[in-house]
Design a protein. Structure first.
Ligand SMILES: Cc1cc2nc3c(=O)[nH]c(=O)nc-3n(C[C@H](O)[C@H](O)[C@H](O)COP(=O)(O)OP(=O)(O)OC[C@H]3O[C@@H](n4cnc5c(N)ncnc54)[C@H](O)[C@@H]3O)c2cc1C
Length: 425
């Protein structure tokens, strides 16, 4: 009897209300775990998470695998493990369409067929994708860094260039083969280029190559990198990059890209056999077709309780949502820390609604921000205190630990801490 009452993707279980969460990234996973722990049988609510990928891709950890030893599984958290003991049904599919007027969404591949799923409350947490601007040659020749597949691709490119360089006798040609460029000097670009700077010389020595042949550059259109940080922290970041042998190319936008060269608007040309574009992201492009209000950048407009404006039964959280900070009226940046906090608050609001109370406003607070520059150095701030070097990287890794603990408890935290420490070596 009990097994026939178990919900499937399209058949509701025995409960009378269903909360559907679309997207199992930082926001969706946090929300499903918190709701799964909070709701009781008597609440009569079923929780369904719809996510095509059986693993959560922990994007903020990508730098640790993109350049390090080939262990891409490090930044993936297996959903069946996370939800093993929780009353959460995971539906490994994608949301195709949302029909707010009917309180229904459809699931299935882009080209169909599609099946309906009804909801009592819906939480949209479908994240963002890498945005590559229409610069000639950029999309063809530069990789992006927004998924484990992207990180794997960079690993393969590094391997390929090492193999090729090992067979080249001419020094100039070898240096060209070993020239890497990261386009974008924001946090993502600096994390990737910092990891390249720290890890590649070691990997080259292991392969019998001379690190003196390595060229690593970061290209940023503005006059400096890490523009969101205070000037003193930017200075520390620049010094660290210089120490790692990373050349900073600032003050000019990329005008066009060829297979092994980047042309800047000011006339400079940069050699690069491997290019990674870390210059932007945009909200899940499908979300704007789901009959909800979106801001000009395509993020869904939400009210102070994280509900899509005009839709009392739909919440949107994380990168796909445009939450305006009531203090300064600015839309929150696309950061895991906000995705997680919005999700926690939304889980609590849904529990309130389940038990007959009304949702409360979300109050965002930024307590700090840390950027790694290689696996063992960071810059950033917490509670107005500036940190650089080891304390900053410890703080950054602590945020990972807190996340692992919140979704997977002590077992997951211990497992991944061991993996992370082995990568630092
Ligand atoms: C390289 C990199 C480094 C970063 N470093 C940091 C950092 O150090 N600190 C920080 O705070 N932030 C960092 N960020 C930003 C952070 O990763 C994002 O803000 C965060 O992932 C947003 O969480 P989310 O749950 O909204 O989206 P995501 O984590 O992107 O999850 C979205 C999920 O939705 C799923 N999905 C998409 N479409 C559908 C659909 N139609 N149906 C069902 N599921 C769907 C996707 O498969 C995905 O699993 C970094 C980002 C990158 C790319």
């Amino acid at each position: 009897m009990e097994s026939s009452a178990k919900p499937t993707c399209t058949t509701p279980g025995a409960k009378s209300r269903r909360v559907v969460i679309a997207g199992g990234g930082y926001a969706g996973t946090t929300l499903a775990v918190r709701l799964g722990k909070a709701l009781r049988d008597a609440d009569d609510v079923e929780i369904m998470l719809i996510e095509p990928n059986p693993c959560q891709q922990a994007l903020s950890e990508l730098d640790l695998v993109a350049v390090g030893p080939p262990r891409p599984e490090f930044c993936e958290l297996w959903l069946p493990t996370l939800f093993k003991d929780l009353p959460v049904t995971v539906c490994y599919n994608r949301v195709h369409e949302v029909k707010p007027a009917e309180h229904v969404l459809t699931i299935g591949p882009r080209s169909g067929p599609h099946e309906p799923v009804s909801y009592w409350r819906l939480v949209l947490a479908t994240g963002a994708i890498a945005f590559v601007p229409p610069v000639p040659g950029l999309a063809e020749h530069a990789g992006t860094m927004w998924s484990v597949a992207d990180a794997q691709e960079l690993q393969q490119r590094i391997e390929k260039q090492f193999r090729s360089a090992a067979t080249i006798a001419d020094r100039e040609a070898r240096v060209r083969a070993l020239s890497f460029a990261v386009i974008g000097g924001g946090a993502t670009g600096i994390e990737i280029v910092g990891t390249l700077g720290q890890m590649l010389p070691k990997r080259m020595r292991e392969a019998g190559l001379d690190p003196a042949d390595l060229r690593i550059r970061v290209i940023e259109g503005r006059p400096d990198v890490l523009y969101d940080l205070e000037p003193s922290l930017r200075l520390r970041a620049r010094k660290r990059l210089e120490h790692l042998g990373v050349e900073l190319v600032t003050g000019s936008m990329v005008a066009s890209v060829e297979e092994s060269a980047i042309h800047l608007a000011d006339g400079r040309t940069i050699d690069a056999s491997v290019m990674v574009f870390c210059g932007g992201a945009k909200a899940d492009p499908d979300a704007i077709s789901w009959s909800m209000e979106a801001d000009p950048s395509g993020r869904l407009v939400v009210d102070e309780t994280c509900r899509a404006v005009g839709h009392e039964d739909i919440y949107a959280v994380g990168d796909v949502a445009a939450f305006r900070d009531p203090k300064d009226k600015r839309t929150l940046p696309m950061l895991a820390q906000f995705a997680i906090r919005e999700a926690e608050h939304t889980a609590d609001n849904i529990v309130r609604e389940v038990r007959g109370a009304t949702p409360t406003p979300f109050v965002p607070n930024m307590h700090g921000e840390f950027v790694s520059i290689g696996p063992s150095y960071g810059v950033g701030w917490a509670f107005k205190v500036h940190l650089a070097g080891l304390p900053a990287i410890v703080m950054k890794r602590l945020t990972y630990l807190m996340y692992w603990f919140s979704v997977g408890g002590i077992k997951l935290t211990w497992k991944r801490t061991r993996e992370m420490l082995s990568m630092q070596r």
